[in-house]
Design a protein around this ligand. Structure first.
Ligand SMILES: [Fe+2]
Length: 216
């Protein structure tokens, strides 16, 4: 497995990798390499989004079960019903959502539309599902917060279809928001403190550990 870092050009509405999409698909799916797109979203955008999502979580009650058709958040602390052990706070969005603060709603729509468009192009499978409502299948925009002091997500794998290609965006900065852990793969050869969008085949085993045990 190799890590390939590439740059992007950005326009108002889309992220354009410097590789063509067929080459990206080949590297990720056929060769099982990891591609990292650098500097896709700038630090002020990421900081602003994290702060607003966190504030929204503090200002609204968490839901212990899924809440279809609405945005909701929930703290998962080794829930016995979960297939994959984890400790994290999940923020799940139903977009558009006029009950959210206008700036937060706009940033979320901007982020997830760009990620969706990129995922469709790289996977060569344009699954045009909504990001809202009760009807399945639908896309489920989610931001996960791994709390300092032991947040983690254990090893798991997704089926190849229908997604084919997964995207992980790290909004946090290593050495600033956390100083141990990261995304890793089944070999545990290396942990990735990525600062961009990581693109991988969905059938790779991965986990995420942002434990930073010494911080509260
Ligand atoms: Fe996953």
């Amino acid at each position: 497995m190799h890590i390939i870092e590439i740059s992007v050009s950005k326009s108002e509405n889309q992220i354009k990798p410097s590789f063509d999409y067929l080459k990206l698909y080949d590297e990720v799916v056929n060769n099982r390499n990891i591609v990292i797109l650098k500097s896709v979203f700038d630090a002020p955008f990421c900081e602003r989004l994290k702060a607003r999502v966190f504030d929204w979580g503090k200002s609204s009650n968490g839901h212990s079960i899924d809440y279809p058709g609405k945005s909701f958040h929930r703290m998962g602390n080794l829930n016995p019903n979960s297939m994959t052990p984890h400790i994290f706070h999940a923020y799940n969005f139903d977009l558009p959502d006029s009950s959210l603060e206008k700036c937060l709603e706009k940033d979320l729509i901007d982020l997830f539309n760009k990620m969706k468009q990129l995922q469709q192009k790289i996977s060569f499978r344009a699954l045009n599902y909504d990001m809202s409502g009760f009807t399945l299948p639908r896309l489920r925009p989610q931001i996960i917060h791994y709390p300092c002091g032991g947040g983690y997500f254990d090893y798991h794998v997704h089926p190849f279809e229908p997604q084919r290609v997964g995207l992980i965006l790290n909004l946090s900065r290593f050495g600033c928001d956390y100083d141990a852990g990261g995304t890793s793969f089944f070999t545990k050869e290396k942990r990735f403190q990525l600062s961009g969008i990581m693109i991988l085949a969905t059938l790779l085993y991965l986990d995420m550990i942002f434990c930073t045990p010494q911080k509260k």
